[in-house]
Design a protein around this ligand. Sequence first.
Ligand code: IYR
Length: 222
Amino acid sequence: MSTPIYSSLPDYREYPKAEMQARAATYYADLNRRRTVRDFSDRRVPQEIIENCIRAAATAPSGANQQPWTFVAVSDPAVKSQIRIAAEKVEQKFYTETATEKWVKTLAPLGTHASKPFLEAAPYLIVIFAQRYGMAPDGGKIKHYYVQESVGIATGLLVAAVHNAGLGSLTYTPANMSFLNRILKRPDNEKPFLILVTGYPAAEAALPDIKRKILQEVAVFI
Ligand code: IYR
């Protein structure tokens, strides 16, 4: 057993109470402006912005600090087009065969369908992979802990980072995502988790009329 070495918390900052209140309120108000968009402009976004958003996402806490994530930022139009073709194929099957009537009904307010033009229009598709296990240099498998939780947290931070940068995003999960390993040449230990479609929202982006639950509906204080 190796002995842990602890250090102090040099970057922690405590704020005066009033400042703490203001920061919490301002942060909420800013995140509350975020809307998932499905119509993107093809305006280019500098890669450096995406790099910093991914750096921010990768600060997420993770099981045993294993950081079991890989972010593949796709901007190559040819690769985006392959992803669109493969995604529309699985979505076509989803909407016409696999989806239960109940599921289709639940999705109706969002106005989604099998056509996914945003996969070519948006300048970046950030594909997040969950490393189900790690690979040792000798080829052995390393067990990873709390992979879904860790990658979910990192993805949440990525959504917030992209919003903070002034870009729009769509958390997109194709009905079957295994084509992403093939197209993006990712190894078997990596399972596609989500595509964060990222870019400027289209000027005419249509938004569904949906609401967030209020605090009393989502939280209990005891
Ligand atoms: N993957 C499909 C269906 C879909 C499922 C859920 I749950 C959504 O919140 C939205 C869509 C699609 O993207 O069209």
